[in-house]
Ligand binder design. Sequence first.
Ligand code: CA
Length: 281
Amino acid sequence: MMKRILLACGLALGLAAPAMAQGVGAGIPEQLRGAWFAGDCADPQAMLVMTGRAAARIEAEAPARLWRFAAMREASGWTLGTAVGSEAPRLLFRPAAEGLETAEPEPKTRDDRLPGEVSPATWRRCPSPPALLVATHAEGIAVLAAIEHMEAACLGSAVAACTAAIVQHGDVSGDRLLSVAEIARLARGAAWVIAAQEGATQDVMVGALGVGSLAGVLAARLLVESMDYDGDGRISAEEMAVDAVNFGRAAGTAAGQPLRTDGLAEGAGLLRGLVDGLLGR
Ligand SMILES: [Ca+2]
């Protein structure tokens, strides 16, 4: 049953548990959020996207980087963000005349010596960034932001509040239900976030989106089929929470025999990448 609840609550990522949100305070200042570009706006060398508590750096050739900040504080005139992950990667950022400056300190640089021997990168706003860049990354960025909202709502909250937040932030059409397409969008966005987290190059990210797209639609269909109790083709927050709300009251029966679960596990496997997380598991 817990697995089911996890599936229900799991339209998030097997990244970090959201328990670390506590260290970022109000997060990245509003005026620094959004997309920034390095170089010429017509053909930028790199894009940096800042959300409430994450930064994603996408480059034409070099591997992508994604910092999901667990802690944020002032350091020598910069904001120092420390991200989740085994190496706790750090990113320094501050407003600058042109827009934004960032620096990625060497892992060995002590906090009291920041920024150390690195030259900062300068970022600017571009009123109309290249359409291909926008088309490739817009959905992933939107889902990254939605996941932050879901994590914030799910942290330490009851399952019903968590599922309500998943529906609220995954719902595109405004009917307060999740359709196959809306769940598939979350899956594609999750594939983007995972690719960025794993340091994929842009080419690889585009490929991952293709694969994620296919797997995402299958996983979304499976999820809808498995939880759409009223048969309207969409999932409500209540449908997601049904087992959790009745948790502890299901006594079961000794009759019958276990059904084959291989296929189920495989289907669930598609969702695994989306699953671990929102309830901090
Ligand atoms: Ca909807």
